[in-house]
Design a protein. Structure first.
Length: 190
């Protein structure tokens, strides 16, 4: 059973972090970034995820993407939404944005290897939301979309394929498995 107030608080918190404080946009687009965490939350809710996982989906980029004078911390999320939500958000957060793209992605892969099923589900849906957008943009604009990323087309696709492979190998009964496999096929055709 979902408690509407907790979901509303998460939506307000994420909106302040991404929209109010920094007017964050999706890479290379004039689309408010907040659409991404809300999409993740909706997909998680539709998949039957627990309220904590849905709330974590809405909040999943707040630590990583908050600005210095409005820094979001693990402790802040724990205080407002509970330890389970804070642990989930932290599990999918890039820990050091100062490192190179390759170093950050290698660390992310190491983290995924340690995920429990809730973190795997959250990561799966985050990946699905992002990759659906990449596929849609690629269908419209071709390879030029890869200029938005901090890595080459090949490196970007290979990393995403590796993440999909690890997620599926860690949790064969993942309810998002078929979606991930379908997106992997689309990536391979790019």
């Amino acid at each position: 059973m979902f408690k509407t107030l907790k979901l509303q608080k998460a939506i307000r918190f994420a909106t302040k972090t991404h929209e109010v404080y920094q007017k964050q946009k999706r890479k290379g687009k004039d689309i408010a970034y907040i659409t991404h965490p809300l999409t993740v939350g909706l997909i998680l809710a539709h998949s039957g995820a627990s309220e904590s996982v849905v709330v974590a989906g809405i909040l999943h980029d707040t630590i990583e993407d908050s600005i210095e004078d409005k820094r979001v911390s693990y402790e802040m999320i724990q205080e407002r939404f509970g330890k389970d939500v804070a642990d989930l958000v932290l599990s999918v957060t890039e820990k050091n944005k100062d490192k190179s793209w390759q170093e950050r992605k290698n660390e992310a892969i190491e983290d995924i290897e340690k995920f429990n099923n809730d973190s795997l589900l959250l990561k799966s849906v985050d990946l699905i939301a992002n990759l659906n957008e990449v596929v849609e943009d690629h269908n419209k604009d071709g390879d030029e979309i890869f200029s938005r990323f901090n890595a080459s087309k090949a490196d970007t696709i290979n990393h995403q394929l590796k993440v999909i492979q690890i997620i599926i190998s860690k949790w064969d009964n993942n309810p998002m498995k078929d979606y991930l496999l379908c997106l992997a096929d689309k990536l391979k055709m790019m």
